[in-house]
Design a protein. Structure first.
Lengths: 288, 171
């Protein structure tokens, strides 16, 4: 734990709290169950938090406590009235009053080790919370933040006064605000469109370069200066590979003028490529 | 129903003998020849190259489609590869059938489809020393403006059905 050394009083230990109690209204699916690169967002968030923290819990509503995907993890079931993140955070304080909580929402697929590390390194235990400023509007981000034990009573008072919004809470209390070094870490995903875009991005980044064999014919051969090559590429599809090779060789034909073959058969430009595939870009034909 | 390539001159007599059939009453062939003029440019020689692994598959699919559409006995297409001179035969298509109508129709279908679908490319060499890949360099110049050599920019490509062929509609 690398909190600033503040004289005699040791900073409270930080536990992790992954919020998986939302109703995912706009997504129309359980956000915690959405998969990225083959793993659910809940598992991804838990694994990420576990790399930085000793104890990590999943925050759920009582009605979700039996869900198998949640039930196999240490749970903190909402024990205070009310809905939403504040109820979850207060329930965590109720369960472990002496701990600080690194609270993580379940809709942050780009959340990174760098983002958690910066938060923990620059945390101010004397504040009510340490939070990032949103890259979009500069306001504090409550759902990737360290909440200190002193916030428990403040949250109770805020909620008793009718408050529901954790962001507004942070804006009204003593909070240390950080500028995120990893600017996309807090980009959240609320709609199916945003989810699909995030999946595509993360899948592409998760791919390791693979060996592909490219054969060149006719104009492509002349422009590439070779008739074949084996190269390492992480291009997920032939379309991505063509863009990559066009950047390298300056091919003059645009993709819509070509066809593509994978393993000696015509293929779709969006077909996933696999290691060992042999690719041929087919310029306009002129037999006969 | 065969499609194949050859690096040497196409032997039309031998090809014809492959299609003989006691039940066939008609036999139609098409020969594509290297012609000296394409789109107002004087052509002196041609080079053909193909992505053979896929080209043979696609060519045989075309022949099978012809046989599925029309009651023909046999069909064969042989395409030349490499460097060709004027008057050389670039492609030979033969079809035997019970009656002439299906043989004509199938032969026409096969050569049209081969020109449009089979991954074969043709580089023309011109009298002025220039050269270019048919259907590739002009259309490359259009969307990019800087794509091909300026000399290519004025050529009128028409889907690969020029450069040779003694049948009026093939040119």
């Amino acid at each position: 734990m690398s909190s600033p050394a503040r004289a005699a009083v040791p900073a409270p230990a930080v536990f992790g709290l992954v919020l998986a109690g939302g109703s995912s209204t706009r997504m129309q699916r359980d956000k915690a169950a959405l998969e990225y690169a083959g793993k659910s967002q809940l598992e991804r968030a838990l694994e990420l938090a576990a790399r930085h923290l000793g104890r990590v819990f999943v925050s759920v509503r009582a009605a979700q406590a039996a869900d198998p995907a949640r039930a196999r993890h240490p749970l903190i079931i909402d024990s205070v009235p009310g809905e939403g993140p504040i109820a979850g955070i207060r329930s965590a304080f109720a369960a472990h009053p002496d701990a600080a909580w690194l609270v993580i929402a379940c809709d942050l697929p780009f959340l990174s080790d760098a983002a958690l590390a910066q938060l923990l390194e620059q945390r101010d235990p004397a504040a009510s919370a340490t939070a990032y400023a949103s890259a979009h509007d500069g306001l504090p981000e409550p759902l990737c933040a360290v909440w200190e034990p002193k916030a428990a009573a403040e949250l109770a008072h805020y909620q008793d006064s009718g408050g529901q919004c954790p962001r507004k809470f942070l804006m009204r209390h003593a909070v240390k605000i950080l500028q995120p070094r990893d600017r996309r870490a807090l980009d959240n995903v609320n709609t199916p469109e945003e989810y699909r875009a995030a999946v595509r991005q993360l899948d592409s980044e998760a791919r390791k370069p693979m060996q592909l064999k490219i054969q060149y014919y006719a104009l492509m051969r002349e422009q590439a200066g070779r008739s074949e090559e084996t190269l390492e590429s992480a291009a997920p599809t032939p379309a991505d590979l063509y863009a990559e090779l066009t950047a390298r060789y300056g091919f003059t034909l645009s993709r819509d003028q070509l066809k593509v073959a994978v393993n000696s058969e015509f293929a779709d430009w969006s077909r996933p490529l696999a290691a060992g595939d042999a690719i041929v870009f087919i310029p306009p034909v002129a037999g006969g | 129903m065969r499609f194949r390539f050859t690096q040497t001159a196409i032997d039309a007599a031998a090809a014809r003998s492959e299609l003989l059939d006691p039940g066939a009453g008609g036999f139609v062939t098409f020969e594509g020849w290297v012609r000296n003029l394409n789109e107002a440019r004087e052509v002196t020689a041609l080079e053909y190259e193909a992505f053979q692994a896929l080209a043979v598959k696609e060519g045989e699919r075309i022949l099978a489609e012809a046989a599925a559409r029309l009651p023909i006995k046999h069909a064969l297409c042989i395409h030349r590869l490499g460097a060709l001179s004027l008057t050389d035969m670039a492609v030979w298509v033969g079809v035997s059938a019970v009656h002439r109508g299906e043989a004509f129709e199938a032969c026409r279908f096969i050569i049209d489809e081969v020109k449009h679908r089979v991954p074969i490319w043709k580089k023309e060499h011109y009298r002025d020393g220039d050269s270019g890949w048919v259907n590739c360099e002009r259309c490359a110049a259009a969307p990019h403006a800087h794509g091909a050599a300026p000399a290519e920019a004025n050529r009128e490509g028409r889907g690969g059905t020029h450069a040779h062929g003694h049948e009026p509609n093939a040119a």
